[in-house]
Design a protein around this ligand. Sequence first.
Ligand code: BGC
Length: 373
Amino acid sequence: MRRLFSLLAVLAAPLFGTAAGSGTGPAFEETPFGKLPDGTAVTRYTLVNKNGVRVSILSYGGIVASFEAPDRAGKFADIVLGFDDLKGYLDGSPYFGCITGRGANRIAAGKFSLAGKEYTVTGANPHALHGGTKGFDKRLWKAEPAMTANGPSVKLTYTSKDGEEGFPGNLATTVTYTLQSDNGLRIDYLATTDKPTVVNLTNHSYFNLAGHNAGEILGHTLQLVADKYTPGDAAMIPTGKIAPVAGTPFDFTTPTVIGTRLKETGGDPVGYDLNFVHGMKREENAKLVATVTEPKSGRILEVLTTEPGVQLYTGNFLGKEVGKGGAAYKQYHAFCLEAQHFPDSPNQPDFPSVTLKPGEEYRQTTVYRVSAK
Ligand code: BGC
């Protein structure tokens, strides 16, 4: 009997990689995560750093499926919303943890023009959201895990075909997740095209620093570097103005409890769902743009990015999702900080451009770094 158990244990053991010569140091694990309806296998890669922080990434959608981080007492919790199995993601996920593209956030009526030609993104209702009907969040990515000098990583590649979801050009895309020793999950994006196109990628992780199943995030404190934002209409299409946050419920330039002015934000449903502006161009190096603190656990999330904008979304549309361990995810149970170019950029001449031409490289780096005090 004992032999059977040990045999089963060996069979069930994930593929395991460690840094040369270290048993407990940085590592990655590779485990099956179900199959797509056509039978293709999906894999989960778990990156582990020397502090015991564990982040798992799926080859489906490049989804950050878990992020285990310690509180001030060293107690670990999973701080991102998600599902226990692939079925959860396939049955309808509100973009939990995924790579979002080719056009993150909204493109008005799904239409944009490039070099005098009009293009229509799929699924506009009334506006295209997150890259159309079958965006990057619903694609299977080729995955290559590796131990790098910066920590365990998984490199995801996907070539989006010319015309896919209405976007022109074959877009060769690489997204590399690296779990650094400073507890930063670094995301490096690279894309090239063979025709002029538009590209705006982000990661759509839903965080709750008290734990994915800990309820509302309205008591978290947020500080944003942004002194401006892009006001939008009722359907969240920017008016084109870049307005100061001073004197509005969108002023997070000093640390502010998220729930304090929630009702003043207006909108339907009520809550934050807005692009904040901390720059007007992509930076060479990622800089700190957001800090979130959860008072009880002491966990802190810092967001560093090369991108000029960040979408703050407070899970206003959550409500029907049953996630990991049977957790009921309700309205305001998570926040997203999606580092990106501004919504509807292809139609907004005064916003930083998202056009990518052949011979150019789209590069973006964002780091989600956790600590506790
Ligand atoms: C958008 C929200 C949307 C959410 C989930 C966010 O980026 O701004 O309006 O509901 O993604 O799709």
